[in-house]
Write a new protein. Structure first.
Length: 318
């Protein structure tokens, strides 16, 4: 299939309030791919990284994201989803773009710090979307030697990802639900090695009971591993506060209608109460960097209530 045929095979459909993007990528034998609103959120982060890369003095350099967005722009322009059309035309909210880049850079740093301590470590990127973290940290380390990296997401997302990323002995793409624990088997097959689990922009969209079960399962099956996860404060789950968040995400930022917060915590140490083996290590907030591109929002670093609206927590799962 040539590029023009690839582009022409985009079909967009609307079903209720959920916009679906269907595309046939390689041949008639390839299953049709459908990306729902939460996956639109994944595309939003992809475009955020790509567009930040093209700015003067970028927070993050992600040339792979630029490559992918240029390839799929013709597809998104023809979609009936305004979110996707806006992405293809470069319309990502500047503040959101900065936050996406800051978060991606910090999670890259978590991975690099872990590999500095454990050069033969395993990194599992939960709900990876179209992230190119493996490429970025390999470039930063000048090598992918010793480490093993797993990208995990739903089968339809991984089907798209395989069009742009090549698996290797050190890099694996797993098309499974994060709650289908069979994905853990190939990770365990590497033997007793240090493991870091990254959950960037994931847990807040999942059911609270299932987040707890997943975390406890990781602790049981990978004792001594580490978990870095993004969380939101519980006050933003349900009620008027939840409606305010949804209005901002969908109305002002253009995030998909199904991207709704379901899981929140009251403090960084709350997850320690789930099991005596879970130990809080550190936390990170967007405002900790005091980056010039944050502008006036840098002043939020002074207020604990603002720092702990949406932030990242680092645990050891002992």
């Amino acid at each position: 299939m040539d590029y023009n045929e690839f582009t022409d095979r985009l079909v967009s459909k609307s079903k209720g309030k959920t916009t679906m993007l269907t595309q046939e990528i390689t041949s008639s034998t390839t299953p049709a791919l459908r990306l729902a609103d939460v996956s639109e959120t994944g595309l939003l982060t992809l475009y955020g990284r790509a567009q930040e890369t093209l700015t003067p003095d970028p927070i993050l350099k992600d040339e792979k994201a630029v490559e992918i967005t240029r390839a799929i722009n013709p597809l998104l322009v023809e979609s009936d989803s305004k979110v996707l059309q806006d992405l293809a035309r470069g319309r990502v909210n500047p503040n959101l773009r900065v936050h996406i880049a800051l978060r991606a850079k910090q999670y890259d740093q978590y991975a690099l710090d872990f590999l500095a301590r454990h050069p033969d470590g395993i990194i599992v990127n939960l709900g990876c979307g179209m992230d190119s973290r493996f490429v970025r940290i390999s470039d930063a380390r000048k090598s992918e030697r010793e480490m093993v990296f797993f990208d995990l997401d739903l089968p339809e997302v991984i089907a798209v990802k395989k069009q742009f990323f090549q698996e290797s002995e050190r890099y694996h793409l797993l098309g499974e639900s994060v709650f289908d624990y069979r994905w853990m088997d190939p990770v365990l097959a590497y033997g007793p090695r240090p493991v870091l689990f990254l959950a960037e922009g994931l847990f807040m969209y999942l059911d609270a009971d299932r987040v707890k079960d997943l975390t406890l399962t990781l602790r049981a099956r990978f004792p001594g591993s580490e978990l870095v996860c993004e969380v939101v404060h519980r006050r933003w789950i349900g009620g008027l506060a939840s409606k305010m968040v949804r209005f901002k995400m969908q109305g002002r930022l253009g995030i998909g209608a199904e991207a709704v917060y379901h899981f929140g915590v009251a403090s960084s140490r709350e997850m320690e109460s789930w099991n005596p083996g879970i130990r809080f290590l550190d936390e990170w907030c967007y405002f900790d960097t005091r980056h010039p591109k944050l502008g006036w929002m840098r002043w939020f670093a002074r207020g604990e209530s603002m720092r702990h609206v949406q932030w990242t927590v680092h645990y050891r799962l002992g």
